[in-house]
Design a protein around this ligand. Structure first.
Ligand code: BMP
Length: 238
């Protein structure tokens, strides 16, 4: 996976609100409006379920034309064969990276990353999600400490291209930032959760976030380009 441009640390979560009449058109219009303020787009089930392979490919092509990378957010977590089929389809649609859940197991994750790298795409591993109930999963106590510690370890050992840690999880972000420094790890941190979910841009950037993933605060703004520009400036200042 090519490194995302540093011109902006903001990734657009391209999640049209339910009921949007033409989601593909909406997606392409939004990409064109905000492209200069973001480095990538992330597509979730909001678009991947209602649209066809061809329609999704048209969106990734529009993003690539604007110089943006495309991340498929399907939080992949299945048996190896199914993971590989999903990965291959996503590559056909033009995605540059997929988000996966290390819950699948250390070996499965490592083999997914290996396969992805052969196909020249990246894998971003969920380590700790942004919603308040995330502690009920990623924060579960295990014999090896909290579950996210194992997920972080799996992501690093598998040579994943990034990790997701919620922007709302300030203490965990800081802990991981310190740990990365001590271990000489450079794996980038992708953080959803600012704005609509209550996370703060400056706090997240100071706590170790490399890329902010932002949906509703941009998409639902009166002027999405202006909202993305403000986020970009705040993130670069943070
Ligand atoms: P919003 O900025 O509108 O809250 O959107 C955040 C996006 O990031 C959504 O697509 C959501 O599914 C995703 N996400 C998240 O919010 N928290 C996580 O921990 C992981 C995610 O993928």
């Amino acid at each position: 996976m090519a490194k995302a441009s540093k011109k902006s640390p903001v990734i657009l979560a391209l999640d049209p609100a339910p009921g949007i009449k033409n989601p593909k058109q909406f997606a392409i219009k939004t990409i064109n409006a905000v492209a200069r303020h973001v480095c990538a787009i992330k597509m979730n089930f909001h678009l991947l379920l209602p649209l066809s392979l061809r329609q999704v490919s048209e969106i990734t092509a529009a993003a690539h034309l604007s110089g943006l990378q495309c991340i498929a957010d399907i939080k992949l977590n299945d048996i190896g064969n199914t993971n590989e089929v999903a990965l291959t389809q996503l590559v056909r649609m033009g995605f540059d990276a997929v988000i996966a859940n290390p819950f699948m197991g250390a070996e499965e994750l490592a083999s997914l990353v290996k396969k992805a790298h052969q196909l020249n795409v990246g894998v971003i591993a969920l380590v700790y999600m942004s919603h308040p109930d995330a502690k009920d999963g990623y924060g579960l106590e295990t014999r090896r400490g909290m579950l996210y510690r194992t997920f972080l370890d799996r992501a690093a050992r598998a040579d994943a291209d990034g990790i997701v840690v919620g922007a709302t999880q300030t203490e965990i972000l800081k802990e991981i930032m310190l740990e990365k420094k001590q271990a000489g790890l450079s794996i980038p941190v992708y953080s959803p959760g600012v704005g609509a979910q209550g996370g703060d841009v400056e706090t997240a950037m100071k706590s170790g976030t490399d890329y902010l993933i932002v949906g509703r605060s941009i998409i639902e703004a009166k002027d999405p380009a202006e909202a993305a520009g403000i986020l970009q400036r705040k993130a670069l200042a943070g």
